[in-house]
Design a protein around this ligand. Structure first.
Ligand code: FES
Length: 103
């Protein structure tokens, strides 16, 4: 479990959207789903393209490149061609600040 690092403000990520941030030399994506925030490595496990280019539908993100789908809450693969789950990070919100636990 990593240390919580302040990454963004709640107002930076409108509901239903994804934003990408560099934290500790790692590119992570944070998405906003119905008032909750989920963070994961911004790299599709299929061919490592940025998942933040993809489309979010509820908790499911679809990769813009070859259509793999993942659950952003759990990281699990929902549709091929990806087979490996996403690396997800714990998120906490305090006031207007979003913190992500990164190693
Ligand atoms: S890089 Fe995401 S599906 Fe291929």
């Amino acid at each position: 479990m990593g240390e919580f690092v302040k990454v963004a403000k709640v107002s930076d990520i409108p509901s239903g959207e994804i934003r990408s941030f560099v934290v500790n030399n790692e590119v992570i994506a944070i998405c906003h789903v119905n008032g909750k925030f989920y963070a994961f490595k911004d790299e599709c496990t299929h061919m490592a393209y940025p998942l933040s280019d993809g489309h979010l539908d509820g908790e499911i993100i679809t990769c813009a490149y070859h259509g793999a789908k993942f659950n952003v809450k759990t990281g699990e693969v929902v549709a091929m061609p990806a087979v490996e789950p996403l690396e997800v990070f714990e998120v906490k919100v305090e006031g207007d600040s979003i913190y992500v636990a990164i190693d």
